[in-house]
Design a binder for this molecule. Structure first.
Ligand code: MG
Length: 178
């Protein structure tokens, strides 16, 4: 391939919050009296990231790759699912440039755990932590998220394939003036 291709991917997910489950974001457990209900471990952010990278690569979505009807994915570690999905993305020749995410919930606060969440995702996705950003928001008390019944996550990513400028690692490309 002699042409560089870049593609954007978008992922979103929502999980119900229930007592007795861990509250997981990007493989990091946050202290909370409730956690995400789900067939897998319910890690809503990691699920959104999986859909973003699969979508950008044109490789389907999380439901097709890891069907909830299959017992194999019951209580699955979502970080391992991300590792599998990213392996397919890499096999198809794609590299991740950056990932930007929003998590919306009333509690717990995301900020104290942001660095750990970003590092956890960066380790699996093989890019510097600075190429991943995770923002925490509330829903101002509105809807299922606002009343603490659910948590939502959005993720957008950029993948690239093909020749790159020499001697420039991913995410450190020459800046174009605006
Ligand atoms: Mg999910």
């Amino acid at each position: 391939m002699d042409q560089r291709i870049i593609r954007v991917g978008l992922g979103s997910d929502t999980h119900r919050l229930v007592p007795g489950r861990p509250f997981l974001l990007g493989g990091v457990e946050l202290p909370s009296d409730r956690g995400e209900w789900g067939h897998s471990d319910g890690d809503v952010l990691t699920h959104a990231v999986i859909d973003a990278i699969l979508g950008a690569a044109g490789l389907g979505d999380i439901g097709a790759l890891f069907p909830p009807s299959e017992a194999a994915w019951k209580d699955a570690d979502s970080i391992e699912l991300l590792r599998i999905a990213f392996g397919l993305v890499k096999e198809a020749g794609w590299q991740l440039i950056n990932l930007d995410c929003v998590v919306t919930c009333e509690s717990p606060k995301i900020l104290p755990y942001r660095d750990r969440i970003q590092s956890s995702l960066a380790q699996v996705l093989e890019i510097p932590g600075m190429a991943i950003f995770v923002k925490g928001k509330t829903n101002e008390g509105l809807g299922a998220v606002g009343t603490g019944q659910a948590v939502e996550a959005l993720a957008v990513c950029l993948l690239e394939k093909g020749p790159r400028e020499p001697d420039r690692p991913i995410g450190m490309r020459k800046q174009t003036p605006f």
